[in-house]
Ligand binder design. Structure first.
Ligand code: GLN
Length: 381
């Protein structure tokens, strides 16, 4: 059996969702909203299917979606993308990331990865024969710094994988950090694979800055996005890869043998969604921030120290001041059984030197769900 995969545990998201089902718990673990998602977009998918979007679409994605992705990033970030040579549709963000990693990494290449790290990155890097160089971001700010980058970048650094906004830490990186990373990518001639699936889920007037828009990065960045996160339709699994033609061409060669293509009716509906006016996205952010505030206030009133969430569906809680005498994982397995609320231990996002005192909660839920979860947790500390 393939050693990269044979000994891997089931992902924490699936394991904790299963525990939530087994214990009849409220699932604030895996990141998915509990409302059905925008009705007009769901209808657009149904209409597209009725009207004939059902056979294999073009491998790179239907032209109207590729055009919509290019226009959307033009409108929001002033990015000019050629929809035919610089945009590809994939079956979700995870496939987009896998296509990007397998396109770039060859045996012996070093790939810089920041912990906390999303759990799909490392196995795919290893499958490509790459050698992950792990850097550790520190709570509560989780920022990059020059010394850290200097310790890892070298002439073997083929790529860096960077997630912004960062799941699970809920940080939206400022321009300063992006410019620092960009400087190192240029100095060491490295490709940046940038997981930006949370790009629209940013709060308090914060602006998401795509790494590809930082000077010097246009031709060395592979930008990954996801409609699931943008439209709160996580099961649709529509991802996007945007990159200069020499990078995208190879990512497409991988994609053709991973999934080849993606449900065309869903693609048509996502194209419709991306063309919505700016207001739609601002309203989504406001609604999501309101849920964040509701869960933050509730957890704080119980006595949990909440680390401020700048973006994503998540907030994190630092258990260390509570004197609980248990790790984040022990805490999560205890509360799902005893309090019927599921959460994700942040230590699951580390391979070594884990931070073991931080727990992630998903607030992308309706008020009643959040309130019931808070009631259940009211005597948990
Ligand atoms: N991105 C989701 C999260 O962080 C999980 C997706 C998955 O389960 N594969 O909760």
């Amino acid at each position: 059996m393939n050693k990269v995969f044979a000994d891997l545990p089931v992902t924490i998201f699936e394991a904790m969702s299963q525990a939530a089902r087994d214990n009849n718990a409220i699932n604030l673990g895996q990141g998915f909203p509990d409302d059905p998602g925008p009705e007009d977009i769901r209808r657009a998918a149904a209409d597209a299917s009725v009207n004939g979007y059902n056979q294999y679409p073009s491998m790179m994605g239907i032209p109207e979606l590729r055009q919509a992705i290019a226009s959307h990033y033009g409108r929001w970030h002033g990015l000019t993308l050629d929809p035919m040579t610089e945009v590809m549709v994939t079956s979700g963000g995870t496939e987009a990331l896998t296509s990007a990693i397998l396109a770039v990494v060859e045996p012996g290449d070093e790939v810089i990865v920041f912990q906390p790290v999303y759990d799909s990155y490392l196995p795919i890097i290893r499958q490509a024969g790459g050698i992950p160089r792990l850097l550790r971001l520190e709570p509560p700010h989780w920022r990059l710094n020059e010394e850290m980058l200097r310790s890892a970048f070298n002439h073997k650094t083929k790529a860096v994988l960077f997630n912004n906004p960062l799941n699970p830490a809920a940080v939206v990186y400022p321009r300063e950090d992006l410019e620092l990373l960009a400087r190192f990518c240029q100095e060491f001639d490295s490709v940046a694979i940038c997981d930006e699936v949370w790009e629209h889920v940013v709060f308090d007037g914060r602006e998401h800055i795509p790494l590809i828009t930082i000077p010097g990065m246009r031709d060395r960045t592979i930008k990954v996005g996801s409609a699931g996160k943008i439209f709160s339709l996580t099961g649709w699994k529509i991802g996007f890869v945007c990159a200069a033609p020499p990078l995208l061409r190879v990512a497409a060669k991988v994609h053709q043998f991973l999934t080849f293509t993606t449900a065309p009716n869903l693609q048509a509906a996502v194209a419709y969604g991306l063309n919505k006016p700016d207001d739609y996205f601002h309203t989504m952010r406001k609604d999501m921030a309101r849920s964040r505030d509701r869960l933050t206030k509730g957890l704080e009133s119980i006595g949990f120290p909440v680390l401020k969430s700048q973006g994503t569906y998540f907030l994190t809680v630092d258990l260390s001041p509570l004197g609980l005498n248990e790790t984040d994982a022990e805490f999560c397995w205890r509360i799902v059984k005893d309090y019927k609320v599921a959460a994700i231990p942040v230590s699951a996002f580390y391979e070594q030197d884990a931070v073991t005192s931080v727990v992630r909660f998903c607030f992308a839920k309706n008020d009643a769900t959040l309130d019931t979860a808070l009631e259940r947790l009211s005597d948990a500390v």
